[in-house]
Ligand binder design. Structure first.
Ligand SMILES: Cc1cc2nc3c(=O)[nH]c(=O)nc-3n(C[C@H](O)[C@H](O)[C@H](O)COP(=O)(O)OP(=O)(O)OC[C@H]3O[C@@H](n4cnc5c(N)ncnc54)[C@H](O)[C@@H]3O)c2cc1C
Length: 252
């Protein structure tokens, strides 16, 4: 039985803590410290392609890397908008929010000597349309589940977004959990343990790899296009991440 702050209660056979990076379920299960600020900050904006010169960037995942920062940009909404995220290191700023507006001129100043395409994208962001938030992490856990309670998504394995895998891992988790619950309907505690065993190593490795990708992005270059680097920016080594077919491995 679950008891909520508002006094309500709920009965169920299992509890899945899919309650994000500050997971209360995780804290109750593991008593580990809450998420910590990584010192990294994400600025996110979208620019209408009507405000940009045609084909300013290629229709792919574009990444510019430089000292202590990197920028990614790609088209969304059938190519009508260019979405970008600029990632910087700012030790003093810790507000976590999807709606905190950033000062565009601050962002432009941080990237003033970068690739001109980066500056163009920032310059064409409409006032008030650039948002900023702190990136948080928790350390990988050695176990997730306890009897009939488990974790899923950021509650289990929050990560920096440098491999674009946080939501992907949550979706994979959900698929694998559904697979085991369907296979073991009368023994949910067994299903939760099998789910954890299937997921914990992969997600822990990706948490670490995502952080390392940030270190790689921020360590070298001078604000240039990372695809021009000889090592492909490190992404070429990542088929174990992007080539993983969860549906084939855990058929429904
Ligand atoms: C800048 C940035 C860029 C990103 N880019 C990507 C990307 O390109 N690709 C990718 O795959 N991932 C990306 N991510 C990561 C992705 O956003 C997260 O990994 C994903 O949202 C995690 O999903 P979740 O459902 O586990 O947690 P959340 O999305 O945090 O959802 C948890 C939910 O639980 C609710 N909740 C929490 N506590 C309680 C409570 N006590 N009672 C009731 N409800 C509660 C919250 O309100 C929330 O709705 C990015 C993240 C950031 C910050």
């Amino acid at each position: 039985m679950l008891n909520f702050e508002d006094g309500s209660t709920l009965h169920g056979s299992i509890v899945i803590g899919a309650d994000g990076v500050h997971s209360r379920v995780r804290t109750l299960l593991h008593h580990d410290p809450d998420a910590r600020f990584t010192g990294h900050v994400a600025y996110r904006g979208m620019v209408s392609v009507d405000d940009l010169e045609p084909n300013l960037v290629e229709p792919k995942f574009n990444l510019w890397a430089g000292p202590s920062a990197h920028v990614v940009a790609y088209y969304v909404r059938r190519g009508e908008l260019l979405n970008y995220v600029a990632l910087t290191e700012e030790a003093g700023w810790k507000t976590e929010s999807w709606t905190t507006r950033a000062d565009k001129s601050d962002l432009a100043a941080q990237f003033q000597d970068w690739n001109p395409t980066v500056q163009t994208i920032i310059d064409h962001t409409q006032e008030g349309q650039c948002y900023k938030w702190a990136l948080l992490m928790r350390e990988p856990l050695s176990t997730w589940s306890s009897a009939r309670t488990t974790l899923l998504g950021d509650a289990a394995h929050p990560m920096v977004p440098y491999l674009a895998q946080g939501s992907v891992m949550a979706i994979e988790d959900a698929w694998v959990l559904a697979h085991y619950l369907a296979a073991h309907p009368t023994t949910p505690d067994f299903a939760l343990k099998a789910y954890e065993e299937a997921r914990i190593e992969r997600t822990g490795k990706i948490q670490i790899a995502a952080w390392e990708q940030g270190q790689l992005n921020h360590a070298v270059g001078r604000g240039g296009d990372i695809s021009e680097r000889g090592d492909g920016g490190g992404f070429s080594k990542s088929s174990w991440i992007y080539g993983y077919d969860v549906c084939a491995l855990y058929p429904d």
